[in-house]
Design a protein around this ligand. Structure first.
Ligand SMILES: [Fe+2]
Length: 303
């Protein structure tokens, strides 16, 4: 069953240190920074006016995920479906739509209380094309911004909501110890040709977001970003590797907010007609070696 949602359109993040994010996002990842008058920031990866919105605040976590539908009728159908199944839908109104750089937006929550938005009509900056400060090109288009992995406590409830109600398709599962000593099963779902736009990781972390994946158009873009991150002393939560399920060649720099970006190239495209759900027993074909996050520096001779 297909639903109305066709792509991950944008992500909103609440971050405490905008200056650190600017260094990371522009200097290392190659995103374009647009400062707003209200203090928020739009990060661009293509001709959409905004793909990642940074809002200053203490939580250092996901604020909302924005899902793209094709038109007003699809947005109305999605809202009706949510309401008919007992979910509260908030109409975003003109101010929120303007803030998100879209034509119309609605808000709702998933079973774990994560805030989601759905929209149509993203603003295109055709006469102000995306310019990466590092010359990076990102793979977006119909496959959307990338993918997001959410931490969850009740994975079956999350999968019921996104698959049975919203029409995401299950791609596969990975049963493994991503972090040594912690066996888990992560489940991956798609809403377009990208192998997954949304995955569920039952990991006991306080943050809602585990990572956001951005895909480049060239393997060299990943290599150059890796060089920049290493030169900057950026902690890599997972080293360079290739994933078992979506073939993504990627590494995972730790953001200034304490969650990861997956920065990759070469992700698999799924054909709905021929795809079979698989279960993998490894996260990666090679690489992606976990590295513990650095501890805050101890004060010497502390009184
Ligand atoms: Fe990922």
């Amino acid at each position: 069953m297909r639903g109305e949602i066709e792509a991950l359109g944008y992500i909103g993040l609440e971050v405490s240190d905008l200056a650190a994010w600017r260094t990371f996002a522009c200097g290392e990842l190659g995103l374009q920074w647009t400062q707003r008058e209200d203090g928020a920031v739009d990060l661009r990866t293509d001709d959409y006016a905004s793909r990642i919105q940074l809002h200053q605040g203490p939580r250092d976590d996901l604020a909302y995920a924005g899902w793209e539908v094709k038109d007003a009728a699809a947005l109305t159908a999605l809202a009706s479906k949510l309401q008919a199944n007992g979910h509260t839908v908030e109409l975003g109104g003109e101010a929120l739509a303007r803030d998100r750089r879209v034509n119309e937006v609605i808000r709702f929550a998933d079973p774990e209380g994560n805030v989601h938005e759905a929209f149509y009509g993203p603003l295109q900056k055709t006469n102000d094309p995306f310019v990466s400060p590092t010359g990076t090109r990102f793979k977006t288009g119909r496959q959307g911004l990338g993918h997001v992995v959410l931490s969850c406590r009740d994975k079956p409830a999350m999968m019921d909501f996104f698959i049975d109600l919203l029409g995401f398709r299950l791609s596969d599962h990975i049963r493994t110890e991503v972090v040594p000593g912690r066996p888990i099963e992560i489940s991956f779902t798609r809403c377009n040709g990208r192998h997954h736009s949304l995955a569920f990781a039952p990991v006991p972390i306080p943050k809602k977001i585990v990572h956001l994946m951005l895909e480049t158009s060239s393997i060299d873009d990943v290599g150059r970003a890796l060089d920049r991150c290493m030169k900057a002393g950026r902690h890599l939560t997972f080293t360079l590797g290739r994933h078992s399920n979506d073939d993504m060649l990627s590494f995972y720099p730790l953001t200034p907010s304490g969650f990861d970006i997956e920065y990759g190239w070469g992700g698999l495209e799924v054909d709905d007609e021929t795809w079979h759900v698989l279960t993998h027993d490894a996260n990666s074909a090679w690489g992606h070696i976990y590295q513990r996050p650095p501890r805050p520096a101890q004060k010497e001779n502390a009184a």
